[in-house]
Design a protein around this ligand. Sequence first.
Ligand SMILES: [Zn+2]
Length: 131
Amino acid sequence: MPQRKPYRVGRSATGLGLFATETIEEQAEIVEYLGRRIPTRLAQEIDRRRGNKYLFEIDTRWTIDGSTRRNLARYVNHACDPNAEAVLKGDRMVYRALERIPPGAEITIDYGEEYVELYFKRGCRCAGCRE
Ligand SMILES: [Zn+2]
């Protein structure tokens, strides 16, 4: 993980987003999805009761609750044709560049069908889908 953050939080078409401030090379690790680790069973319970769109399931045992403000990865928006992906590194969840991301570009990942159906009531509004 680079010492200097190659991104900043900024305004995107759908609210806030994470934007590259310098060139991020393909395959480079961008940001870690930080948060408290809770049992997946408990996470599903929380989600059912009051909803928490920052729950990131690692596996059937563990889920990261990324609702903490220090988790800047939570600002990364969904795109159907994303330029980054989430990868598991040991027990850490890291966003990695799928391609070279130029300064100023919004960093996006694909949240998956389930998330899109659940939280995008009016359909996906990513750059590709807005066209
Ligand atoms: Zn879309």
